[in-house]
Design a protein around this ligand. Structure first.
Ligand code: TEU
Ligand code: CA
Length: 544
């Protein structure tokens, strides 16, 4: 298997608006990211993924771009961004930027022109259709609204949007659109960035005919339409292959076989992807399903394509709340999930705050929430006559704002995030859960992440090793091996709040075992035997 730098990194996601505010306006900014680079270097991560910082009316937190060549004033200036890139590089780290090219803001000059008249040269840059008997062209939903079509009075047609109405989709079938995007990508690559995280990238192609869906609530019709691979191959040929950068595509709604078409090493498209089988199919922890997802992806990907591992990001509730225990066993379960993500095949992603076990929130009122996806959904459901309290209670657990509360730096007011009024409330548990406290303790979650990340730098087995699940069918224990050259590592995870007995697999009986890492401090360094694992206990052994 070919060694590549991008296969060997750990990526840290910076959701800058909630990271660190330096000018007191309550919104995180590039100055804050620069200020905290030493913190990230100390954690040991190799790559920073920065959520969109381009100019934007900010209806969807920067995913609605109005100028691809300008930095959003809330975030800072181009000079500051350039300084950030320089400071990242001078610490031996890399920076990847969000690339949002499925759609723009409805206030992007391209769209303003496009909607101004049916004859405007940019008309075809977006997707315009006549209605059908006074209704939208088809019955599709968008991610955030009941219809993917928005009526526009000005020219008497509908435009298409996969997300909010303020996010019209670009028409990738138009050559000028593609050229404009490739130029923009080169602009950033020539500034020296190290790659892109590509937003909703498998949504670029649209069907030739927008026929009705049998089941409009399954919005997978938005993705993987014919032509997508041609676009990505062209993007690679025209732009990406001329730079030594990493690309990770956000690719919802794919099986491993379909996923491989985007990242297969012989395909000339992308390096890696985020698939959403875990997030989309597991509202809570589901051991058997998780194992089957890992197994299937490994079988299809090993030696052929590269995967990613993550359990949360800015769109998905914090992992310790969703998949661990954010109460009694918060620390143990945070470490167990980290052990798992860093020892499964694929690039591990750390979402800011995960490294100190930050938890989800339950805001008392809809007024406290900020996310457009939640607000729209809430409005839609309440309009049906449902009780607002019931709707909020139903939507809260998976609301995207769960992971968007400010980073908890210390126990001073607003968790040290801002001296002003934060744009979204701080989780009240910052008094106990913050980086200052974690960094004072050798047994903290932070210290555990440091260790996992540094182990990865020294042990190619964590990156290139084959994966075999030895615990098929077990609801509590997850036991697997990674194997690389002469080395075998055994990973043992008790994903349960109760004690669970563990028997050494026959295969390894009598072998010498050396402990690599464990989340309980009293485990013997040498030797492995049958034992009773404690709640959320995690151990990794090297066998020889
Ligand atoms: O998200 C796209 C999106 O909604 C999916 O990736 C979803 O998370 C997945 O299918 C799992 O359910 C991206 C951004 O991450 C998000 O913040 C933006 O709102 C959205 O695109 C629009 O740009
Ligand atoms: Ca600020």
């Amino acid at each position: 298997m070919k060694r590549e730098w991008w296969k060997e990194v750990v990526v840290y996601q910076v959701y800058w608006r909630s990271f660190k505010d330096t000018n007191g306006d309550g919104i995180g900014d590039l100055g804050g990211v620069i200020e905290k680079l030493d913190y990230l270097a100390d954690l040991g991560v190799g790559v920073i993924w920065l959520n969109p910082v381009y100019d934007s009316p900010d209806r969807d937190n920067g995913y609605d771009i109005s100028d691809y060549y300008k930095i959003m004033p809330k975030a800072g200036s181009m000079e500051q961004w350039e300084r950030l890139l320089h400071e990242v590089h001078s610490r031996g780290m890399k920076l990847i930027m969000d690339l949002v090219v499925n759609h723009t803001s409805n206030l992007h000059p391209w769209f303003l022109e496009s909607r101004s008249s049916r004859h405007n040269p940019k008309r075809d840059w977006y997707i315009w259709r006549d209605g059908k008997d006074g209704a939208p062209p088809n019955n599709w939903r968008s991610y955030f609204t009941p219809s993917a079509w928005e009526w526009d009075e000005v020219t008497g047609q509908y435009y298409f949007h996969s997300f909010a109405t303020e996010q019209p989709d670009l028409n990738w079938a138009n050559t000028d659109v593609r050229n404009a995007i490739y130029d923009m990508m080169k602009f950033w690559l020539d500034k020296g960035i190290d790659g892109f995280r590509m937003d909703a990238i498998n949504l670029l192609a649209k069907p030739a005919l927008f026929s009705d869906a049998d089941n409009p609530s399954d919005i997978s019709y938005l993705a993987n339409n014919p032509g997508i691979h041609e676009y990505l191959r062209e993007m690679h040929d025209r732009v990406l292959k001329h730079y030594d950068v990493m690309t990770v595509g956000e690719i919802p709604f794919v099986t491993p076989e379909e996923g491989l078409k985007y990242v297969g090493q012989d395909r000339g498209e992308l390096h890696t992807l985020f698939h959403f089988q875990v997030c989309d199919e597991m509202p809570g922890w589901d051991m058997l399903r998780f194992k089957s997802i890992q197994k299937r992806w490994h079988e299809v990907f090993y030696g052929r394509g590269w995967n990613s591992q993550f359990l949360n990001n800015h769109d998905h509730t914090r992992q310790v709340t969703r998949y661990g225990d954010d109460d009694e066993y918060r620390v143990e379960s945070a470490k167990l999930l980290a052990t798992m993500i860093h020892t499964l095949p694929g690039i591990p992603y750390v979402y800011q705050g995960e490294e100190i076990g930050m938890t989800g929130v339950h805001f008392p009122s809809i007024e406290d929430y900020r996310d457009i996806a939640l607000m729209n959904r809430y409005g839609e459901e309440v309009k049906k006559g449902r009780s607002p309290e019931a709707v909020l209670a139903e939507l809260a657990p998976l609301a995207r704002d769960n992971s968007r509360t400010p980073m908890q730096w210390d126990d001073s007011p607003n968790a040290g995030f801002t001296k002003g009024e934060p744009w979204i409330k701080v989780n009240p548990n910052y008094v106990e859960i913050n980086t200052k406290r974690d960094r004072e303790r050798p047994d903290s979650i932070f210290a555990y992440y440091q260790k996992l990340i540094s182990l990865r730098r020294q042990n190619p087995i964590m990156i290139y090793g084959d994966y075999v699940d030895l615990s098929d069918g077990d609801e509590a224990l997850y036991v697997y091996t990674r194997k690389w050259e002469d080395e075998v590592w055994l990973i043992i995870l008790n994903h349960a709040q109760t004690r669970t007995s563990f028997h050494v697999p026959e295969l390894f009986a009598g072998q010498t075992a050396r402990l690599i890492i464990a989340n309980y401090s009293d485990v013997a360094r040498d030797g492995l035997s049958d034992t009773c694992l404690r709640p959320y206990e995690a151990r990794v052994y090297a066998l020889c």
